[in-house]
Design a binder for this molecule. Sequence first.
Ligand SMILES: [Zn+2]
Ligand SMILES: [Zn+2]
Length: 406
Amino acid sequence: MGLPNPRTHPTSCGAPQGTDDAGRAWRICDPSSFLSDSYRQSLNERLIQLERDSHASAIKAGAACGTTGPKGAELAVAIVGSLSDAGTGNVNQVSRQVFNQWGIGHEGCNNGVLLFLAINDRKSSIKTGSGAQALVNDRMASAVLKGDQLKRKLRDADYDAAVEHAVSILEGPLASYSAPFEYSFIGYYGITIACALCVLTGVSYIVYRQEQDRKHNAERKAEFERKLANLHSALDARKKSDNGANPPCAICLEPMPDATFETSEVENGLEILSCGHCFHADCIQEWLSRNQSCPVCRRANPRCSGKYQHEAGGNSTRNHEESYWMFARSRLFEDYSDVPGVERAASRVEQTHWEDQDLSRIYYEEVSTMEREAAEREVELEAQRANDDNWGGGNCDSGGGADGDW
Ligand SMILES: [Zn+2]
Ligand SMILES: [Zn+2]
């Protein structure tokens, strides 16, 4: 078993009849012809040119390895139907077997790279010899295999385009072969440290922003729930005809202190309007700067304007009626529409009679519905991701070495 070596058995690998066995002119093994004939041929020419370019760059860079002097990197391509056509085991094991059987790369340099696809198993792999890892590291190999572009082309069964995409990424660093980075402290560690710092700064900033957003959202949610509870206690008090309990300010839904308004319409940080509705002085000041009427009953120009003449007087008429409830509720829901569940709860409560509205129950129901929906979405996404990984559950590692010229 095993895949024929295109170097020594080109025609079994899909090369045109008459390709010179001794000329070692073939780099691709595609026995089932997943690639089109014309693309296979042009790709092969490119891979051979790549070796020449890489060799020239290696000489320029003085990248000698072993006892052989500078040698260019080599890229080979294997495409099979099933993994079992090429070896035994999983994609990692099989592609490594192919890599080692072919012996990709130069002796002593171990600078070969293999792009491996098992079409029916939907598995992909890039194997690199240790000498090629300075050019194509595991992270890059993984990025190629896990990238959306490659996966999409593979899913579309456009194998010419898929291979072209992967090769076009890999050939850049291989063709411009340069001395392994370890030889240059500045080049390697300098760049690494600079990159690490950039990434670290970026990541910290993102984490910081996310944390700020999370905090802000949690605060908004807590604030909303506290005010919702205030509104509920007001309704409960009303149902029990507990006039001693002050309802919260309809504008901000924060509690209001006691006030009798016997001598002035402004007392204790509160202001009472001529209609008898009272609010925090700051809240109603802000409201009346933009609206000309009482928020609860809509009486026009409702201010007592210095001479206090509210008929019923004092606390007794404060805010215990439908209009108070309706205004306070819709204002609360509007102000906190950014809190998850609030908008959905708002559209539900509009249908019911104001006295029957159990806002808290409706809101918390919506919150748990949303959480359940989010959990379901997460499960779906997870399933999708598991599916995605079938293509290019890509396995890139040090591959094992290349012994012997290929
Ligand atoms: Zn207020
Ligand atoms: Zn009013």
